[in-house]
Design a protein around this ligand. Structure first.
Ligand code: ARG
Length: 476
């Protein structure tokens, strides 16, 4: 042995796992147990594991594979174990590796022989695939509700600010005036797609792997329709090899979360920008800011920054699990045990992000004067001027663009806005311009003119916000 490399000694070896130890003379090395055990995190699946086992036991009795009496004892025993776990009275054992064997071993402790019949016609491979699908399904339902709540919060603020002008940006350069309500409604549309993706993922995941057994199915006359129905699945999966080795449902879920987290991160970034002193478009209250230990004037938007940052974690979870899965031959491999932590962590992060964003959207106050002032700066109505030339003088748009560009240059040189140029100065660039042009150069007229479907005119924004509030069943 080179240097001080550690050899395994008897002290390192642990007791063999009673659930599969039959052919093993010795127990695992301590490090084997450490790398192998998942109970530290998969105990989160206990509710799903118990539900899956109860459905399985009822099916085994109905098909005559075990007796009705055994099934009743199993069901009662599982319910009691559920109470123990919920009450924090359950002793989780690392030697028993995972949640499945912890619960099954405890069941046999409690009810004896009958407990040992539960694992007939199933394997941990179909068991964990079933448990995890159920867990992800619940997580989707929770996040979907939270996303709907955030959409309501955004739509309410949008209704309130349907006519509040703000500068619309492209390249973060002032582009054209828009309304703050319109800007917020853009995020409502994003979240609506996020909910759609979550629901799509839910629809595809809702098939039951239970009964696929280890990989090949089983010789017992099981009823997979029955267990599928009992667990709220639409149908059993069609291929046992696929069922035990598929983690698409987790990947689709993480993809949907990653895209949603990207949206939340963009809004978070805008909040950070808007509440910076040079912008001062919004203010977050003490409830959603923190102070600096050295600079007394600071109000830091930490919640928004952390929403922005957690997007990285969520995307990391997706990339991590994709990388775990990409080289695995069919069917199950232990690598797949690494599927849970990223999904749990991403779920926690997404839950926090949605809640924090909901809080900030409700909390923020809008500095309307500041937003309005900047909405009119940077020659933001230049497009309105060009459009006037096209509409009234029938100038081709490209020509109108050039004329307007020269007028912007002129105003810039004088240090004034477009509306402050005189009619004579305008006419030097285009003789046909009349006094009427000044009617399109204000922020309000620009916004009011954007009545094309999906445009920023206040009535459009009101209609969009009301539509979503009605659809989501919210109080206005
Ligand atoms: N703890 C395991 C997992 O999460 C359960 C399945 C184990 N199956 C096996 N054949 N070792 O993937």
């Amino acid at each position: 042995m080179p240097g001080n490399a550690k050899t395994l000694t008897d002290q390192d070896a642990h007791e063999a796992n009673a659930q599969w130890g039959g052919r093993f003379a010795g127990g695992p090395a301590a490090i084997m147990q450490d790398i192998n055990a998942s109970i530290g995190f998969d105990k989160a699946l206990w509710r799903q594991d118990i539900a899956g086992s109860k459905a399985h036991a009822a099916m085994l009795a109905k098909t005559g594979i075990i007796s009705g009496e055994d099934a009743r004892a199993i069901t009662e025993g599982l319910d009691q174990i559920g109470h123990e776990i919920a009450a924090g009275m359950f002793e989780f054992s690392t030697a028993l590796e995972d949640i499945h064997m912890n619960i099954e071993a405890r069941l046999s402790d409690r009810i004896g022989e009958a407990g040992k019949r539960l694992h007939t016609a199933r394997s941990r491979n179909d068991q964990v695939a079933t448990d995890f699908r159920l867990w992800v399904r619940d997580a989707i339902d929770g996040l979907e509700q939270q996303a709907a709540a955030l959409m309501r919060a955004l739509a309410r603020r949008a209704l309130e600010h349907a006519a509040t002008p703000m500068p619309g940006f492209t390249h973060l350069q002032t582009a054209q005036p828009v309304t703050f309500g319109h800007h917020l409604m853009a995020y409502v549309e994003m979240l609506a797609r996020d909910r759609g993706r979550l629901n799509d993922a839910r629809r595809r995941l809702n098939e039951s792997p239970l009964g696929s057994a280890a990989l090949a199915g089983t010789s017992f006359p099981i009823d997979r329709e029955m267990t599928a129905r009992a667990l709220g699945f639409d149908r059993p999966t069609a291929n046992s090899l696929d069922a035990v080795s598929d983690r698409d449902f987790a990947l689709e879920y993480l993809s949907a979360l990653s895209i949603m987290a990207m949206h939340l991160s963009r809004l978070a970034e805008e909040i950070v920008i808007w509440c910076s002193a040079p912008f001062s478009f919004i203010r977050l209250s003490d409830a959603f800011t923190t102070g600096s230990s050295i600079m007394p004037q600071k109000r830091n938007p930490d919640a928004a920054e952390l929403v922005r940052a957690k997007g990285g974690r969520i995307t990391g979870a997706l990339v991590g699990l994709l990388t775990v899965m990409k080289g695995l031959p069919l069917a199950y491999a232990k690598d797949m045990q690494e599927d849970k932590e990223p999904v749990f962590a991403a779920t926690d992060a997404a839950t926090l992000c949605l809640a924090a964003m909901d809080g900030m959207v409700r909390d923020l106050t809008v500095n309307e004067a500041q937003m309005r002032a900047y909405a009119g700066s940077g020659f933001s109505t230049a497009t309105d001027l060009a459009d006037w030339l096209v509409r009234v003088l029938k100038v081709p748009f490209r020509t109108a663009h050039h004329v307007t560009g020269r007028l912007v240059g002129k105003a810039e040189a004088k240090g004034v806005g477009l509306a402050e140029l005189s009619l004579a100065e305008m006419q030097e660039e285009e003789a046909g311009i009349t006094q009427d042009i000044f009617s399109v150069l204000s922020v309000d007229s620009s916004i009011a003119s954007r009545t094309s479907p999906g445009g920023t005119a206040a009535d459009n924004v009101r209609a969009q916000a009301t539509h979503w509030l009605d659809t989501l069943g919210a109080q206005k």
